[in-house]
Design a protein around this ligand. Structure first.
Ligand code: SF4
Length: 229
C-alpha cells in the first residue's frame, strides 16, 4: 500500500497510546467539512511506502505503541489494508482503525482475525438523512451493520460525530445518539471554522460550548459516556 500522509508521533489520536499515523488515499464520501481534500480527491503530491513505515516502526520500537490508520477511507483498500494491518500486528504494534463505516465486511474480518485493537467510527447523521451530510449515495444498511458490529464485537471502539450547525439540528444529534444506544464511548467533535473572518457566519456554522454541553449530557441518556473534543 502507498499512503498519502504520515505523522511520526501522536499522543492524542489513539486513546492512552503513543502512535504514528498513516493516511490512506481516496474516500467514498464527500463531507463538506473534510480536512483532507487532497486525500479524498487523490491529489496528494507525496506518498509513503509500506517499507518506509516499517523501517520507521523498527526504529521506534519501545517508544511507539501502535499505528493509527486513517484517511480518506482506509477500508476502500480491502485486502491491501488487511495485509498491512496483519504486517503491523506481526511486528508487535497495535492497530487503530478510523473508518466511515461503509465496509462492514472488512470490519468484521479485521475484528475476527484480531487485526485491529481499537476502532473509531464516524456516525455522520441520523441514518434516514445520511446522504445530506456525506455528499454521496450511501448504503445505510452497511452503516447500520458496522454500528452493530462494534456494539457487539468486544473490540474497544468509539463512535464520533463532527457537529456542524448547518448540517445537524439538535433533533438530529439526539437521533444519532439513539441509533448508537448502548455504546460505551461517543464523542461530539466540535467543528471549528478557525479561518472564518465573519463572526456572524461563525455563529451560523458552530454551536456554542453551552449548546454542545447540552447535547453531550442528552446523549448520555443513550450511551455510557459522551465526550466533547
Ligand atoms: S469520510 Fe472522512 S475522509 Fe471522507 S470525505 Fe468525509 S471527513 Fe473526509
Amino acid at each position: 500500500m502507498k499512503f498519502g500522509g504520515f505523522v511520526p508521533c501522536t499522543l492524542i489520536d489513539y486513546p492512552g497510546k503513543t502512535a504514528c499515523i498513516v493516511y490512506t488515499i481516496g474516500c467514498n464520501f464527500r463531507c463538506p467539512y473534510c480536512h483532507n481534500p487532497e486525500l479524498v480527491n487523490e491529489t496528494v503530491e507525496r506518498t509513503f511506502s509500506e517499507s518506509r513505515i516499517f523501517t520507521f516502526l523498527e526504529s521506534r520500537r519501545g517508544v511507539i505503541d501502535g499505528v493509527v490508520i486513517t484517511g480518506g477511507e482506509p477500508t476502500m483498500h480491502g485486502q491491501d489494508l488487511l495485509l498491512f494491518m496483519r504486517r503491523v500486528k506481526e511486528r508487535g504494534f497495535l492497530v487503530k482503525l478510523d473508518t466511515n463505516g461503509t465496509n462492514p465486511n472488512l470490519l468484521e474480518v479485521a475484528i475476527s482475525q484480531n487485526l485491529v485493537d481499537y476502532v473509531a467510527m464516524d456516525v455522520k447523521a441520523p441514518l434516514s438523512t445520511y446522504h445530506r451530510v456525506v455528499g454521496r449515495p450511501v448504503d445505510i444498511g452497511a452503516i447500520r451493520r458496522s454500528i452493530d458490529t462494534l456494539l457487539s464485537s468486544g473490540v474497544p471502539y468509539e463512535f464520533r460525530t463532527t457537529v456542524v450547525k448547518t448540517l445537524l439540528s439538535p433533533e438530529d444529534l439526539e437521533g444519532i445518539a439513539r441509533e448508537i444506544a448502548g455504546a460505551s464511548r461517543y464523542y461530539l467533535q466540535k467543528f471549528v471554522s478557525s479561518t472564518i473572518l465573519n463572526p456572524q457566519f461563525k455563529r451560523k456554522v458552530e454551536y456554542t460550548d453551552v449548546e454542545l454541553e447540552a447535547f453531550r449530557s442528552n446523549a448520555e441518556k443513550y450511551v455510557a459516556f459522551c465526550g466533547i473534543r
